[in-house]
Ligand binder design. Sequence first.
Ligand code: FMN
Length: 369
Amino acid sequence: MNKMEQHPAPRLDATLEQILDLARWAPSGDNTQPWRFEILDERRLVVHGHDTRDHCVYDLDGHPSQMSLGALLETMAIAASTFALDMRAMRHTDTPDTRPTFSVEFLPAPGLAPDPLADAILARSVQRRALSRRPLTAAEKSALDLALPPGYQVRWLEGGQRRAAARLMFRNARLRLTMPEAHRVHQAVIEWNARYSEDRIPDQALGADPMTTRLMRWVLRDWRRVDFFNTWLAGTLAPSLQMDLIPGLACAAHFLLVADQPPQRLDDYVAAGRAMQRFWLTATALGLQLQPEMTPLIFARYLREGRVFSTTPGMREQALRVSRQGEALAGRQDWQAAVFMGRIGAGRAARSRSLRRPLRDLLLPSGSP
Ligand SMILES: Cc1cc2nc3c(=O)[nH]c(=O)nc-3n(C[C@H](O)[C@H](O)[C@H](O)COP(=O)(O)O)c2cc1C
């Protein structure tokens, strides 16, 4: 459809507006919010998704974006349940994988109980700083296990394995901080001098102390500075201690969400994102904080598939060491079937966090391609 055939968005029904207003708080990798909404009528819309694979080394085949879209759909369904509306979502199989598109419809379901996770939607946020080391209680672990739909299991990494996971994250940080492809992403996704950010990650939410953050801001502006600092001044040491090793040790556990069938198709990643969001919202409802640790899984997949992710010599070897550590920690099968990794523990909610683009900026005119 060309521009001439597009129509302005129909007036937004009040209930639909409240559902979308909550749904947009779903998490997305680097807070990219890869979704736009085309309203068809008061109970139907099209979700237009996209991914960032062409410029983001972490968005391998768009899978993290597809998981974010899954989180969006799950949040939408949870929000709809509070209005006794049952959500049906169907993916358009004729759109390319780079543009996942879904028809969404809300049907009256008078007997539908409101999903209790609705109360956690706004409170859920990443906490990248140190958490309590208090082990999770049996009741907490069981609630988190039960949060997952059939087809997924939690693999807990506690005690000695927590320390091993922290070492893995420390090594992985070196990889991220010395790779020019990752540097370009960090430059684009961090909003400096910020406690909140509508479309990126505020620097204060990263987990480093103010001095290290200031230094990072200056260094990250130019790859030559990064390279110089890394080569001569152990530039990765302070950031990776503060953002990876210390938080990696200061938590109750690390965990993997493992799929019974390793995900392959776009729909598998969307489903995995829905499971991830139920797990994360349940953690929030229990008063626990969580931080995703996705990059080791992403680099492991690059390696498994023999794909090049960096032109810099030595990066592949570094990633190989991280991935071997992951296999030794979780076992090869679980490591390869993991769809999500993170750390979790009791603690205060983050003081600084990502916000979201206003709903009006996410609305597309109807008839959008
Ligand atoms: C698929 C996915 C992968 C993510 N990977 C990471 C990660 O590796 N490290 C991290 O600190 N945060 C990660 N995040 C968290 C996002 O950066 C965060 O959700 C986003 O910035 C919005 O912030 P909020 O969750 O606090 O609302 C990830 C989120 C998603 C959905």
